[in-house]
Design a protein around this ligand. Sequence first.
Ligand SMILES: Nc1ncnc2c1ncn2[C@@H]1O[C@H](COP(=O)(O)OP(=O)(O)OP(=O)(O)O)[C@@H](O)[C@H]1O
Ligand SMILES: [Mg+2]
Length: 151
Amino acid sequence: MPDEAATLRLGAALAAGAANGLALHLKGELGSGKTTLARGLIQALGHPGRVKSPTYTLVEPYGLLRLNLYHFDFYRFKDRSEWLSSGLREHFNPESFCIVEWPERAGDLLAAPDLEIHLRYEALGRTATPAAHSVPGAIWLATALSRWRSS
Ligand SMILES: Nc1ncnc2c1ncn2[C@@H]1O[C@H](COP(=O)(O)OP(=O)(O)OP(=O)(O)O)[C@@H](O)[C@H]1O
Ligand SMILES: [Mg+2]
């Protein structure tokens, strides 16, 4: 992905198969483009306003037309016990669609996501490496990749 617009397009391509009950983990170093990808996805789902980083709030909720979307950022968790005491676990349920930046900060207490995308710096731009961890995740990824190729 050569520039920010390409990361936004990948996010938008993921909007088609997004559904309540699915979870997306976004991994990668500071500044690798996780929030940018989430912004592309959330705006493609119809959110008209800003998509701000949940770094300080831990979670930003979006009530969208067909989804209860929660955008998390666990960067500030020092260890996985903070995830337990945060009270955020209840948001992960079949009626919500969850996007998580820095999921590794919750350790193995967080269930494997349906889809995971690892963003990495390149000389110019970024690369995105996806991995599906469930059948719905694999279907979602296939839908997104065909959208991405034709976008
Ligand atoms: N494909 C890309 N090529 C070049 N720059 C990009 C690309 N995608 C995003 N960026 C830029 O990278 C910067 C950091 O992006 P972003 O805030 O999304 O990172 P992040 O992974 O969420 O960081 P953090 O770990 O702090 O939450 C932004 O300025 C954004 O425009
Ligand atoms: Mg971010």
